[in-house]
Design a protein around this ligand. Structure first.
Ligand code: MLT
Ligand code: ZN
Length: 484
C-alpha cells in the first residue's frame, strides 16, 4: 500500500473546508472493507483515475473493490459521514470524462461484481453484475441462441454498469434502440446508501414512477448500478454488409431514404475519406474498393430471402444512376462482413493517438443535412489547417466530429481553442433543437454546455432529483453539472 500522508480537501464538501489526511481515508476504507479491497498503488491510481478522454490528469486518493451491494452501501454511508467524493468506475471506456477522478476522489470499481447468470429462456433475460463485460453478455446470450443487441467498438472492455449509466448507443441503434430499451430490471445503491430494486425484470408494472429510467443514463450522479436484468431477442438472420462510396455529404440522407424503402436496416453508419485513410494507414484495414470518395456509408441488413438482396441491389443501382453512389461492395461471407465493419469500428481507437477533441452531436434524422452543412461550415472556417475526421451513426441523426490535435500544439491550448469553436457548433445545434451529447454522455467535458440542449428549468429539476438520491453530494461531483 502506498499512501502519501498528504492532507486532502475532500471534493464532496466543497466550501466546508474539511481536510482529512489521505492516510486516514485509506485506513478507514480498509476498516469498511478489507486490506485486499483497497489500493493506492500509483499505476492503479493512474489507470483507474481516467477514462478514454485524456484531458485531465488522474489523481484519486484510493481505489476500492467492493464485492456486494451491501459493501457499496457501507462505502456510501462512510463517504456521507466523512464527506468523501466517490467516483463509480466500470471499464472506463467513456469519452466525456464521466469516470475521471482528478481531485482526490475515491474510485469505486465494479470489477469484482461481474457475475453473469444463466439465460432465462422463458423470460428471455439474463441477470448480470455491473462489472460484467458487454462482450461476455453478448456471448452468453448467443450460446443460448439469443441476442443482446447493444454493440459498439469497445464492447470487449466496457462493463454493463457503465453502459447503463451512460445509456450506451452504438452501431445497431437504428434497429434496436439504445441500452435503455434492453433493461428490464436494475438494482442500485443510491447516494443515500439505500439498496433498491427497480422494476424487477417485469414486462408489465404500472405502479407509478419508473425510477429505472432515471438511473439509466444518470452517469453515476444518483447512485451505483450494481446489477441488471437485461432483455434478449432473436438474433438477426444472415446479416449482410455493404460499403457505398458517396459523392458528397448531401447524398448521405438521400441514400438512406432510398435503401430504407427497400429493406429495414440493422445499421446505417458513415465515415469520411480521412477516417478511411487513417484506419488503412494505422490499423492495417483494407480499402473497400479503389474508388476514392469524400464519404462512405456502411449499411447492414438481414438476408430474409433472395428478394431482399435483389431489392437492395436495385436501390443501390438507382442511387448510382442519380450520381449519389460512386462505388459499392457487398460482403459474401461473415469474414468479409467483419472486415468491412473494421473500416468503421477501428476509427475511434485509431484516432486516440492524436488526442482528438470529440463532439458527439445529434439532431432528428430529417434535420441531419442542415446540421451537417452548418457544422461543416463552422469547422471549415475555423480549422482550415487542422485535420477534422467525420463519422457516426447517421441513421440515428448522430454525428461524431473529431478534431485531431496538431503535433506541436500543447494539449491545454488545443482544448481551449476547440472549446471556443464548440460554442458556434452548439449554437447551431440549439437552433435545430439537437443535442450536445448524443450518446457519449455529459461527464465533465460537456457539463459547461448542458444549457444548449436542456432548459434552465430542466437543469434545476435535474439538480433537485440529484439532491433526493444523493443528499450529501458524494456521488461523482463535477459530472453532468458544473459545480453551482
Ligand atoms: C463510435 O461510434 O465509434 C464511438 O461512439 C466512439 C467514438 O465516437 O469515437
Ligand atoms: Zn458512436
Amino acid at each position: 500500500m502506498g499512501g502519501a500522508d498528504d492532507n486532502i480537501t475532500d471534493s464532496a464538501s466543497k466550501g466546508s473546508c474539511v481536510t482529512i489526511s489521505s492516510t486516514n481515508v485509506v485506513a478507514e476504507l480498509i476498516d469498511v472493507l478489507s486490506p485486499e479491497q483497497v489500493t493506492t498503488d500509483p499505476s492503479m491510481l493512474a489507470s483507474y483515475g481516467q477514462d478514454w478522454t485524456r484531458f485531465a490528469s488522474p489523481a484519486p486518493t484510493a481505489i476500492v473493490f467492493p464485492r456486494s451491494s451491501t459493501e457499496i452501501a457501507a462505502i456510501v454511508h462512510h463517504a456521507r459521514n466523512r464527506k468523501l467524493a466517490l467516483v463509480p468506475s466500470g471499464g472506463r471506456t467513456g469519452l466525456s470524462g464521466g469516470a475521471v477522478a482528478a481531485n482526490g476522489e475515491v474510485v469505486v470499481s465494479l470489477d469484482k461484481m461481474n457475475t453473469v447468470s444463466d439465460v432465462n429462456l422463458i423470460d428471455r433475460t439474463i441477470t448480470v453484475g455491473a462489472g460484467a463485460i458487454t462482450q461476455q453478455i453478448q456471448e452468453a446470450a448467443s450460446a443460448a441462441g439469443l441476442f443482446y443487441p447493444v454493440d459498439f467498438a469497445s464492447s470487449g472492455s466496457s462493463q454493463i454498469g457503465g453502459n447503463i449509466a451512460t445509456n450506451a448507443g452504438g452501431i445497431n441503434v437504428i434497429r434496436y434502440g439504445m441500452t435503455r430499451e434492453w433493461v428490464a430490471g436494475l438494482t442500485v445503491v443510491t447516494g443515500a446508501g439505500d439498496i433498491i430494486e427497480l422494476n424487477k425484470g417485469l414486462v408489465k408494472n404500472n405502479t407509478g414512477l419508473d425510477f429505472r429510467h432515471l438511473f439509466i443514463g444518470s452517469e453515476g450522479i444518483l447512485g451505483f448500478i450494481v446489477e441488471a436484468t437485461l432483455k434478449l431477442c432473436a438474433p438477426p438472420k444472415d446479416p449482410i454488409v455493404m460499403v457505398l462510396g458517396l459523392s458528397d455529404m448531401s447524398a448521405i440522407m438521400a441514400v438512406l431514404e432510398r435503401i430504407q424503402s427497400a429493406t429495414p436496416l440493422l445499421a446505417y453508419e458513415f465515415f469520411s475519406e480521412l477516417a478511411v485513410t487513417k484506419v488503412v494507414e494505422h490499423a492495417g484495414v483494407a480499402r473497400p474498393f479503389a474508388t476514392v470518395t469524400p464519404f462512405y456509408a456502411l449499411i447492414e441488413f438481414e438476408r430474409n430471402d433472395e428478394q431482399t438482396e435483389v431489392d437492395v441491389f436495385e436501390a443501390v443501382e438507382n442511387c448510382m444512376e442519380r450520381g449519389w453512389v460512386k462505388d459499392a461492395v457487398m460482403s459474401q461471407s461473415v469474414a468479409q462482413a467483419r472486415a468491412l465493419w473494421r473500416l468503421r469500428e477501428d476509427i475511434s481507437e485509431t484516432l486516440t493517438q492524436w488526442t482528438p477533441y470529440k463532439n458527439d452531436i445529434s439532431s432528428t434524422v430529417s434535420k441531419v443535412p442542415i446540421l451537417l452543412a452548418s457544422v461543416d461550415a463552422v469547422v471549415h472556417e475555423r480549422y482550415p489547417d487542422w485535420e477534422v475526421v467525420w463519422y457516426g451513426h447517421i441513421g440515428d441523426g448522430n454525428l461524431h466530429l473529431n478534431i485531431l490535435k496538431p503535433e506541436n500544439l500543447d494539449i491545454a491550448e488545443f482544448k481551449a481553442r476547440c472549446n471556443t469553436v464548440s460554442i458556434d457548433i452548439f449554437e447551431a445545434i440549439q437552433t435545430l433543437g439537437g443535442s450536445v451529447s448524443a450518446e457519449h454522455g455529459v461527464g465533465t467535458l460537456k457539463a459547461p454546455y448542458l444549457a444548449y440542449t436542456k432548459s434552465e428549468s430542466e437543469i434545476a429539476a435535474m439538480r433537485a432529483v440529484k439532491a433526493i438520491f444523493d443528499p450529501d453530494g458524494v456521488l461523482n461531483p463535477g459530472k453532468v453539472f458544473t459545480t453551482p
